[in-house]
Ligand binder design. Structure first.
Ligand code: UD1
Ligand code: CA
Length: 469
């Protein structure tokens, strides 16, 4: 049983309760826009295309969503259709109908419902079978506000009645419509043409297609689930935070099943993709952004923020370290020790067993195997050789106010404390730079280079007296 699936994502609504200038469906969950989760899930049920209905903040929404890559490498077909004004969910889907092909099934999703599992949608599509209207429903202890699933004595679904239109008896029904349905497009097209807005809200209800299906003599299928999270929408900052934690818990569970040891799954935030090898340990309050890869045996200390980085086997990232690779990326070699309180910026490429200690910043620099900068230092636009020891308080003066220049520190160099290496400059292999030196010219390999002012002595000098009062 195979049929093309076209997904319609409703995302024209305003989301007033977010109290934000940002369109609701662009609020982020796990580092991705809410509606992006929905589109990405569509890709996982092999949708042929996705049509997003936009209205409020349409320009921003259209600019803020991307077509995910499919397993084939191609991008999923993503289209936008505008709904102006917003006259209800049925009216919303009417706008999409002209771009839907009759040979498929339309899967209706909401842009603000991010945590539906692909397997749930697949089960709904299977129930639809390319021929029937299938509804995703949920049993809810407090169904206030939702559309109720009305069933006949034999259990068959006869209608969805919106809360505002429901009788007392209907309001007692605890099975609700989730907002998700799968329906053969050809049938949908005909039913949408029959909608009217004679109801309590004067809206065109998508849910009225149920009564048309029944009137046409078709049975309506319901796939009833119990996991409310999968159909939960985001309407307020409180709900956004709740779903964020739920999403993070799912991510944490997947990692733990893979063997990752999390000190506390409730104190982990993955806002992108975290790929872990065997025996990774992550302490509390770490945030991972973009794509991060952790090699075998990597340990991440508490309170680290790591973005767009590849951490080699056995490396240890001590607490309070900030790694931000952005586009250029950061790579940390195997067995390296980073932090506590270290900062690695875009283009930091660290070799094996490199040590970067507290309050050391590295940007756009390569450090070869065994190089060390243990305290209070800056390396920018530098090429640092093997086993170099870079002293406390030393910096590369890489920027002359207009251009950035490179510093080359060859293998086995020792740079003392408080040195300024004024780029462009090369420190020759095996050389030593005396503490406190300002180096402006290339140094000879193996040499001791010292460049600092002479000590000035003013005898019998007394400090200015402190003012009283
Ligand atoms: C809808 C269902 C209700 C169901 C509930 C589940 C209808 C008539 N009712 O109710 O049975 O229990 O969802 O959450 O469908 N939207 C548009 N354009 C519009 C109106 C809405 O794009 O003109 C979008 C919204 O942005 C949202 C989705 O459609 O993403 C659902 O709209 P919403 O107003 O939340 O529907 P409900 O009235 O809650
Ligand atoms: Ca709603």
């Amino acid at each position: 049983m195979s049929f093309p699936v076209d997904v319609v994502v409703m995302a024209a609504g305003k989301g007033t309760r977010m109290k934000s200038s940002r369109p609701k469906v662009l609020h982020r969950l796990g580092g991705r826009a809410l509606a992006q989760h929905v589109i990405d899930t569509a890709a996982r049920v092999s949708a042929r295309s996705v049509v997003v209905i936009t209205g409020h903040g349409a320009d921003q929404v259209e600019a803020g969503l991307i077509a995910p890559a499919l397993d084939s490498g191609a991008a999923l077909k993503l289209q936008f259709v505008r709904q102006e004004p917003q006259l209800g969910t049925g009216h919303a889907v009417q706008q999409a109908v002209p771009v839907l092909a009759d040979d498929g099934v339309t899967l209706v999703l909401s842009g603000d419902v991010p945590l539906t599992k692909p397997e749930t949608l697949q089960a709904l599509l299977d129930l639809c079978g390319g021929q029937r209207l299938a509804l995703l429903t949920l049993e809810m202890p407090d169904p206030t506000g939702y559309g109720r699933i009305v069933r006949a004595a034999d259990g068959s679904v006869t209608a969805i009645v919106e809360h505002k239109d429901a009788s007392e008896a209907q309001r007692a029904i605890t099975e609700i419509y989730s907002g998700i349905m799968a329906v053969p497009t050809k049938l949908l097209r005909g039913w949408l043409a029959r909608l009217d807005n004679r109801n309590a809200q004067a809206e065109y209800y998508l849910t009225d297609v149920v009564k048309f299906a029944v009137a046409d003599g078709l049975t309506v299928q319901a796939h009833r689930i119990t996991d409310a999270l999968q159909v939960a929408g985001v309407n307020s900052p409180v709900q956004l935070a709740e779903l964020e934690r739920a999403h993070q818990r799912r991510v944490a569970d997947v990692l733990m099943v893979q063997g990752v040891r999390l000190a506390d799954p409730a104190r982990l935030d993955v806002r992108g993709e975290l790929v872990c090898s065997q025996d990774v340990e992550i302490d509390v309050n770490c945030v991972f952004e973009g794509r991060v890869e952790l090699g075998a045996g990597v340990r991440i200390g508490a309170n680290c923020v790591i973005a767009n980085a590849v951490i080699g086997d056995g490396a240890v990232i001590h607490p309070f370290t900030h790694i931000e690779g952005e586009k250029a990326g950061v790579s940390v070699g195997s067995g390296a020790l980073i932090g506590p309180f270290a900062r690695l910026r875009p283009g930091a490429k660290l070799g094996r067993e490199v040590h970067i200690g507290n309050f050391v910043e590295v940007k756009n620099s390569t450090l070869a195997d065994g190089a060390k900068a243990n305290h209070l230092a800056y390396l920018g636009d530098a090429v640092v050789g093997e086993r170099v020891n870079y002293g406390a308080g030393s910096i590369t003066a890489n920027y002359d106010g207009a251009n950035k220049h490179r510093t080359v520190i060859e293998a086995d160099v020792h740079v003392g404390s408080n040195c300024v290496l004024v780029a462009p400059v090369t420190i020759g292999a095996g050389g030593t730079v005396g503490g406190g030196s300002t180096i402006t010219k290339d140094t000879l390999p193996g040499a001791l280079s010292v460049a600092r002012g002479r000590q000035v002595v003013i005898p019998n000098w007394s400090r200015p007296a402190k003012k009283k009062g």
